[in-house]
Design a protein around this ligand. Structure first.
Ligand SMILES: [Zn+2]
Ligand SMILES: [Zn+2]
Length: 408
């Protein structure tokens, strides 16, 4: 029953006063047909005797609900989410009647070198370039196989520049000639592939887990004399959360399809000339621009990779993939016959040439008629069993890849 109906029936003057106050306070702006002007066809009268008054059963109308005299969309109102009075609180929003975290989009570069290994410039100069010239939101310095002293210098520089507007992360690149290279960030324990007690992936994983950091496969498809491409059978997706995709999408499909790894994608510069943020870029959807926020986004794989910046300090392109409200990176139960609503959102500084949707590495749909800088594409599919889906975007010489949504 309408909460005001008692008042309307019994004390019309009070109800009118409440109504006037509500209108003055502007607290009922979205109600269809509010203030109520009289009964419409089909509305019934309530009450009896001389004070009989007619009120509508659903004065808010449509899909709106009456929450204490305020018409609320329970599907999207963060103060009345799913039911009257259910507040989502700070940092959350209401989607389809459920409180979900509100994410901001942040860009960064997670792989590069300073003069502590074979790059140029000091750690502080590295971070300053990333923040001030490349306009990145977050950056990791990842010199090769650093020992304890060099790792402490990286950490000190990161702590010095870390701020509410720029996240600086310490890291290292584990440079194994046998297993390939792995970048590890937010590490506190040095682990050099040149040292006998840390020259296997398992030993690296133990060291990283001790320090609470995470790793990703660096240039996983690349081999050169003395360096092997990544051997995915040695990867552990509890520690290795992503892979650099810009060198080879095929190599990432090997990890996802042939090894069942639930890992995301990152784009990096791997700069050795002191210009982090100038080439490959990672975009992450995070609850906040803090170390915790960025690391959580990476662990949740709520990130996409861009092959390049292309447009200098202009905003890089962005890509968001969601399937049935699941973010890219999520692993969800595979239910055969499940209808899928797949949505891809792209924003780019140049015209979008195509968006391709891939399932298990194979193209299942392409949109090539955006001819704009931003594009939202929705398409439907039906799940026929375990599968992973990701999107690839081609725009003005750049390529973007989303992390997959995994149905398993
Ligand atoms: Zn490397
Ligand atoms: Zn490197």
């Amino acid at each position: 029953m309408h909460p005001l109906s008692h008042g309307v029936a019994e004390v019309p003057g009070t109800a009118a006063l409440i109504l006037a106050l509500l209108m003055l306070a502007g607290s009922a702006p979205s109600c269809k047909g509010w203030p109520w002007a009289g009964p419409a066809d089909g509305e019934k009268a309530v009450g009896a005797g001389p004070s009989r008054t007619v009120v509508p059963e659903e004065p808010c109308g449509g899909s709106l609900a009456d929450c204490g005299g305020i018409c609320a969309d329970l599907g999207s109102d963060p103060g009345n989410c799913g039911a009257c009075g259910v507040s989502c609180g700070d940092g959350a929003q209401c989607e389809h009647g459920a409180c979900v975290p509100r994410y901001g989009l942040f860009f960064g570069d997670l792989h590069g070198h300073s003069n502590l290994s074979d790059g140029v410039g000091t750690p502080l100069e590295y971070f300053a370039y990333c923040r001030d010239v490349s306009k990145m939101d977050f950056c990791a310095l990842t010199d090769h196989d650093v020992g304890r002293e060099a790792l402490e210098r990286i950490s000190a520089a990161a702590d010095e520049v870390n701020s509410p507007t720029f996240v600086a992360l310490s890291g290292t690149e584990w440079t194994s000639s046998a297993y390939g290279h792995k970048v590890c960030i937010d590490v506190t324990q040095p682990c050099s592939a040149a040292s006998e007690d840390c020259d296997t992936p398992a030993e690296l994983h133990d060291a990283v887990l001790l320090g609470g950091g995470l790793c990703f496969a660096a240039h996983p498809a690349v081999s050169w004399p003395g360096t092997a491409p990544t051997d995915w059978s040695e990867s552990d997706d509890a520690v290795e959360e992503a892979g650099e995709i810009y060198v080879s999408e095929d190599k990432m499909n090997e990890a996802w399809r042939d090894h069942g790894l639930r890992i995301g994608v990152v784009g990096v510069s791997d700069t050795h000339d002191g210009t982090p943020g100038s080439a490959g870029v990672t975009g992450c959807f995070a609850t906040e621009l803090t170390r915790e926020g960025i690391l959580d986004a990476l662990e949740s794989r709520r990130c996409f990779a861009a092959r390049s910046r292309v447009n200098g300090s202009e905003n890089p392109a962005s890509l968001k993939l969601k399937i049935n409200d699941h973010w890219m990176g999520e692993a969800v139960p595979a239910q055969a016959g499940l209808p899928l609503e797949i949505s891809v959102d792209v924003d780019a500084p140049t015209i979008i040439q195509s968006i391709t949707l891939k399932k298990n590495g194979r193209t299942i749909a392409t949109k090539d008629d955006c001819r704009a800088r931003d594009c939202t594409w929705s398409t439907a599919a039906t799940l026929d069993g375990p599968a992973y889906y990701y999107a690839v975007v081609s725009t003005g010489g750049n390529t973007l890849w989303s992390s997959p949504v995994f149905f398993e």
